[in-house]
Design a protein around this ligand. Sequence first.
Ligand SMILES: [Ca+2]
Ligand SMILES: [Ca+2]
Ligand SMILES: [Ca+2]
Ligand SMILES: [Ca+2]
Length: 303
Amino acid sequence: MPEFHQDDFYEVNPSQETEEQGGKSFSFGSREKLVKRAAFGGVLLLVLIFLGIFITNFVQERRAAKLGYETLIEQAETNVSRQIDVCDGDGSCEDSARSEVARTAGAVAVCEGIENEITYIDCVSLIALENLEVDECDILSDEYRTLCKDTIFFETAVSNLDFDMCEDAQDEYLRSACDKAITNAVVSVGECHEYNLDISLCDDAVTFERALATGDPGICKSLGALEDACYSEFGSIDSDGDGISARTEYENGTSDQLIDSDGDGLPDYDEYDVIGTDPSDSDTDGDGYPDGEEVSGGYDPLN
Ligand SMILES: [Ca+2]
Ligand SMILES: [Ca+2]
Ligand SMILES: [Ca+2]
Ligand SMILES: [Ca+2]
């Protein structure tokens, strides 16, 4: 039991200005100290009260969550029993029913009881992925547990654009795919600087977009590593609808904006695919007569 002396609370200091109270003298310094101690005690009491309320709420929430989860499982199991009734002992039907109920409930515990291994792994993996809860993969065997967790790390990393999280995946290929997916996402929004990526990646993406927006495959040649990918895009574009892709028109020197690029009266397609004349030269044989005029007059535009 600690001993308290009156001097602990009233600091006697005859050298300072004092006043008489009930026969006891004390300094103004002692009064300040007393006020400070009272304030400290009040703050401490408030902290303890709030801490008590926080702990009580936390325990109640945990208890409610546990009860809620148990109720959820009970209801799911009731649903499983009801649905399995119509399966007439067909194992595959029973597995499907249990898997469906488990996914609707979002509870991996309900997957347990599925006979077919693949159906069971799918059931657990898909629910864990939907819930983004790696711990839920723990009920799977080693190989599938890793795959289950890696998939969740991948999805979470990509949706949060978090390169560090890619490293949590054990599979090397998935880690690399994760990095690439995030890089593509960052580049597509032009935020290379914010994510410490090579600025030229974002610049190239802008150039790529400009090539497509202007319908000019010529812009692709400044793209370096992306050049082929850019030209490939133009392989499926046909702006003038003449049956020749923008890429082929670019390679042949014709325009994907004009059906008759050289204005000789013959469409690019006919010159290129049927007649054999040069679609970018109005007088292929150079005899002074335009290709279209020769064809309509029954002459040979090639000779
Ligand atoms: Ca075309
Ligand atoms: Ca022509
Ligand atoms: Ca021509
Ligand atoms: Ca000619």
